[in-house]
Structure formats: C-alpha cells, structure tokens
Write a new protein. Structure first.
Length: 297
C-alpha cells in the first residue's frame, strides 16, 4: 500500500482513488476473481466425468444401472438449479456431520433433530470450531464444487448420451464385423467419435456454467458478487476511512466486463476445438473442412 495512504482524510483525486482501490477488502475482491476461475477449472472436468459415467450408465444393458443413469439425468435436470444448490449443500453438510456424530459420539442420548435445529456433538462438526478460517473456506468451497459438478454433470450426461447415439450405426457395425468386443467398440470407436457431436451442447453448457458462478454467493462463498455488493454499497465515515455513495453500479459493471471478456475468450477456444474435432469426420463441419482444404490445394 502507498505510504501517503496513512491519512486518507487528507487525500484528493487520484491519490484518494489509488488508496481506496488498494485496501485489504479490495485485494480480497481481486482474489475472488481467482476463486471463480478455480471453481470453473475444477468443476468443468469433474462435471464432465459425472456426465460421462452418467451417460455410460444410461446406455448400459444392465437395467438397474441404466435406470440409475437415466434417473440421475432426469431428476437433477428436473429440479431448479437454485433449489438444488440450496438444498443439496445443507443436506450434504448435515449428512457428513451425522455420520461423524454416529462414529465419534456413540453415547449421545439426545435427539439430533430438535425442531428446526440440527444438533451434533462438537467433535462431529465439519469443520471443527477450533479449525483455522482457511479450513472453513476450503470446506465451503469444496461443497460448492461438488454441488456444481453434480448439477452440471447431469446436463453433460444428457448431452453425451445423445452424442453417443448420434455416432453413425455403420461405424459400430464395421467394428463388429472386424471382431471387436463391446468394450473395444466403446473405447476405440464410439468414444473418440462422439465428441464432435457433443461439443455444441457442451459448449452451451460451459457458457451456462460461467453464468452460474454468481450462485457461489448464495452458498456462502465470498465470490466476486459478494465483494461487489459489499464494496459498492454506501459507506459513511463511521465505518470506513473511504466514505462514498452507492457505487454498486460501477462494481457490477466491472463484473459485466469480466464475464463478457471471459465468454469471448471461451468462444474462440471452443471454435478451435470444434475445428480440430471436425477434421475427417462425416459431419457438415467435417465436409466444410474437406472442401476448404481441397480448394486450397
């Protein structure tokens, strides 16, 4: 922090603004952008893994597994995201504490459910009250990541299930004619070719996931929306050295620019991935690439 920031009351203009934008809370605001990017970096592959296993289960010939896969897709997709987020995080947290309570406090003779209260012994709390603050934050963030992955994994499973069915049947029959087993056909023929059909749906899902990151605020994680609302609200000299009016419009405008820029970068990257996957495929995009390459020769 700048040395002249020790007495904010004497500052004006650019010096006041530079000191204001480098306060501890503002650094937390800047770091919260990393929280959002970390959420996307972890959730995207995890949701894709949930989706892949869900789609594979849904097309299984073993009926209980197929019912499980189709049920996962239908149930999670049928529940509003915000309702699932608010319910599942609480249910998962209480479920973990209930299991720890049964193991660590077997002699507990009071009911765990007492009206609207959920009471477990202190050693069963997750995390413990004596745990440092960073453990509380990591635990809350982990619950949020798992919830995001389960929700968007169901949508990814639906996309991948459709992509698997879109692979031309002739490809499967050719592999069968060569004597490939069901497992070999799945991993060597179906999975490599399904991605070109799945990418448009997965691209849309990625964009929806980006727009859903403000839900972190509802899950108790101090994300960019939390800090924009906290810092942008009116402040008086009683609570801060940098009093100001309602500046939330400017903070949320910064979030608007961030999301639009990130979306644009995503579109460029996804377009390149699509072009790469379409090469040599019997699709409209693949045919367009062959014509373009043929014209350039």
């Amino acid at each position: 922090m700048f040395s002249y920031c020790s007495d904010p009351a004497t500052l004006e203009g650019f010096q006041w603004l530079s000191c204001y934008l480098t306060t501890g809370k503002h650094w937390a605001f800047y770091l919260s952008f990393g929280t959002v990017l970390l959420l996307l970096a972890i959730t995207a592959p995890l949701a894709l893994a949930f989706g892949f296993f869900g789609a594979s289960a849904a097309r299984s010939r073993f009926l209980p597994l197929a019912w499980f896969g189709k049920g996962y897709i239908a149930i999670v997709r049928g529940v509003p995201d915000i309702a699932f987020f608010l319910f599942f995080v609480i249910a998962l947290d209480q479920g973990i504490e209930w299991l720890r309570h049964k193991v660590k406090c077997p002699d507990w003779d009071e009911p765990i459910r007492q009206g609207n209260d959920f009471l477990v012994c202190q050693v069963a709390k997750m995390p413990l009250n004596t745990a440092p603050q960073w453990m509380h934050e990591v635990y809350g963030f982990s619950l949020a990541v798992l919830t995001f992955a389960i929700v968007f994994g169901a949508f990814a499973a639906n996309v991948l299930f459709g992509a698997m069915r879109a692979v031309p049947r002739a490809q499967i029959e050719t592999a069968e004619a060569y004597g490939m087993t069901t497992r070999q056909i799945f991993w060597r023929v179906l999975v490599p070719q399904m991605w070109v059909y799945a990418l448009p749906g997965l691209s849309n899902l990625w964009m929806v996931l980006i727009k859903a990151t403000p839900l972190l605020f509802l899950l108790g994680v101090e994300d960019i929306v939390y800090w924009a609302r906290e810092l942008g609200g009116s402040k008086t000299t009683r609570f801060t050295d940098y009093p100001h009016g309602d500046w939330r419009m400017w903070y949320f405008f910064a979030l608007l620019v961030f999301y639009l820029a990130f979306t644009k970068v995503s579109e460029i990257v996804l377009a390149r991935i699509s072009r790469r996957l379409s090469h040599g495929q019997a699709t409209l995009a693949g045919e367009a690439l062959r014509k373009t390459e043929g014209a350039s020769i």
